[in-house]
Ligand binder design. Structure first.
Ligand code: HEM
Length: 178
């Protein structure tokens, strides 16, 4: 392996591990923790403590995901990318913004965040689905073709690109040149 391969591997790890923490944590919270705690003063206190810890995990994970994500994107970009790849990437970025925004409100302690948390069951589920969609988009990017499809010409139709190409000439030395 070359030294650049080690950097690629590190960047991949730095993307996948925090992604697992973020998405897995959100699934665990919504499907297990919040329903199991129910509604009581004790439950509220536990939720608040969990949120404080979870907010730190989200911040670190989001930082690593952003840095490694942009590096991954830099590696993937080699001229024109296939529309399927680009489309999945754009949708993924929009969903990532939604996940980061909702996560910050769901774990925040500002007045606005506390007001938002009155509907935390609904927004938590929306956040979880958005996070799962992000992973699905990443999967699509993985299998999508990278490069734009090669231009094919319909018989009898000359594309502008073909027109602008100079005709192929064979250079044959004349007798004088010998
Ligand atoms: C919640 C946030 C995110 C999650 C859960 C996530 C998840 C993933 C996963 C699971 C992969 C596949 C990794 C692999 O097989 O090596 C991946 C790849 C990738 N991610 Fe993310 N990601 C997130 C945010 C971002 C951001 C913010 C960016 C860009 C700024 C980004 C750019 C990429 C790129 C370019 C790839 C490589 C795709 C490929 O060509 O195969 N990701 N992501």
């Amino acid at each position: 392996m070359e030294s650049t391969d080690y950097i690629k591997l590190l960047s991949r790890w730095a993307h996948i591990v925090p992604a697992i923490i973020l998405v897995g944590g959100s699934i665990f919270m919504n499907l297990v923790l919040i329903p199991a705690l129910g509604e009581s003063d004790d439950a509220r206190e536990i939720k608040n403590r969990v949120k404080r810890k979870w907010a730190k995990a989200i911040m670190i994970s989001a930082g690593l995901i952003m840095i490694s994500g942009f590096y991954n994107a830099f590696l993937a970009y080699k001229g024109d990318l296939h529309p399927l790849y680009t489309g999945a990437f754009v949708i993924k970025l929009v969903l990532v913004a939604v996940v980061f925004y909702l996560s910050s409100l769901l774990t925040g302690r500002s007045e606005e965040a506390l007001k938002f948390q009155q509907h935390e069951v609904l927004w938590g589920k929306i956040n979880m689905f958005a996070a799962i969609m992000v992973v699905l988009c990443a999967g699509l990017m993985k299998v999508a073709p990278r490069n734009v499809p090669a231009q094919t010409n319909t018989p009898g139709v000359t594309s502008p690109q073909t027109k602008s190409q100079p005709p192929l000439r064979l250079y044959l030395p004349t007798k004088k040149e010998h």
